[in-house]
Design a protein around this ligand. Structure first.
Ligand SMILES: *Cc1c(COP(=O)(O)O)cnc(C)c1O
Length: 345
């Protein structure tokens, strides 16, 4: 097994992070702050936020039942995705492996960071094979990306296959659980201690209803979290976001209610879709959206746009020919969509 030092880019391993004013003084007893060149007026927006989000991580650790040193918070999960490339992948030398189709940002970040991105096609049921991914990896593969439930296919990946991959890979596995709140499958969070090479991604953007505040979570060993934390922008999570997230953590019951409502609405919406003449195949979903193969995705997509209804056209994505991805909305929104599709000729 490679050590974390062997997996990390040498310049990053050596890096001593920028130390901000708020890093050097982080007590709470002082009342006069003349260290950060802030404007003393315009409270409360005049002060820099806590660069390590200590209070927020402490509250989050209670809900997630994992200690704060296992938690990284970023400007959306997208920040964590970019940071794992910058921390572990030497441009033009290292590569990553990922399932295909999946969330587009893994490939975008690979291209931005000039890192080779190797895709391994899922099978016709959107299942992956750990052996195929491992065969595609070589000594320069630093990361393997998995997403479960997967976007845009909507299905959970098989747990035993994920475990096989984590155990068999001589590098870091990034498992994106953005939609895990909607799934019956338990999160891998409780197994984090067992897998030092696992990085889990979750987000406030979906079940938590907070896409606007841009807050993503990564969970990993304290050593991996330490590396991500030292290369992030010092104040990557702004004060308004930290405040709003704290409020959401105190209203966790509401999130659980939303999830229940959305799962019931998804089932009803799927039943309606199954009866539509334009539906060719409905794919089973463990998320707050589902993929559906229709008779003519491009025309139906354009027809819906004309009706003021936007779904996601996935027609040009691997294995998703003539497929639309439909997010579950309110009862009213779902009804408007179904009524429009009933009228489609
Ligand atoms: C929506 C989504 C995210 C969330 O990204 P944020 O930057 O946290 O909003 C992450 N991964 C997947 C697969 C997604 O679909």
């Amino acid at each position: 097994m490679k050590t974390l030092q062997e997996l990390t880019r040498p310049n990053i391993w050596r890096l001593k992070p920028y130390s901000s004013a708020r890093d050097e003084y982080n007590g709470v007893a002082a009342s006069v702050f003349l260290d950060a060149n802030e404007n003393p007026y315009n409270m409360p927006h005049n002060r820099y936020p806590d660069p390590m989000q200590r209070e927020l991580k402490k509250e989050l650790s209670k809900i997630k039942k994992i200690s704060p040193e296992h938690i990284f918070l970023g400007n959306g999960s997208d920040e964590a995705i970019d940071l794992v490339y910058r921390a572990f992948c030497e441009p033009q030398i290292d590569n990553v492996v990922a399932i295909d189709p999946t969330y587009g940002m893994y490939q975008i970040c690979a291209e931005v960071n000039d890192v080779e991105y190797r895709k391994v096609l899922l099978d016709e049921n959107f299942c992956f094979s750990a052996d195929k991914l491992l065969e595609t990896a070589d000594e320069h593969t630093k990361l393997i990306f998995l997403c479960s439930p997967n976007n845009p296919t909507g299905n959970d990946l098989l747990r035993s296959e994920i475990e096989k991959l984590i155990c068999g890979f001589n590098g870091l596995v990034v498992l994106d659980e953005a939609y895990n709140d909607f799934s019956e499958a338990p999160s891998f969070l409780e197994n984090l201690g067992k897998y030092p090479n696992l990085i889990l991604l979750q987000t406030f953007s979906k079940a938590w209803g907070c896409a606007a505040i841009r807050l993503g979570m990564a969970f990993a060993s304290p050593q991996v979290i330490g590396i991500l934390s030292k290369i992030k922008y010092p104040y990557n999570v702004n004060e308004l976001t930290q405040k709003q997230a704290m409020e959401m953590l105190h209203r966790y019951y509401e999130i659980e209610r939303w999830v229940k409502t959305l799962k019931e609405a998804r089932e009803d919406l799927e039943t309606e879709f199954a009866a539509l003449p334009c539906t060719v195949k409905l794919f089973p979903s463990d998320a707050n959206f589902f993929l559906v193969r229709v008779t003519d995705a491009v025309n139906i997509y354009n027809y819906l746009v004309g009706e003021g209804i936007i779904v996601r056209n996935r027609n040009s994505v691997s294995l998703c020919g003539n497929c639309l991805r439909v997010t579950v909305g309110t009862r009213m929104e779902n009804e408007i969509l179904i009524e429009a599709l009933k009228k489609y000729r």
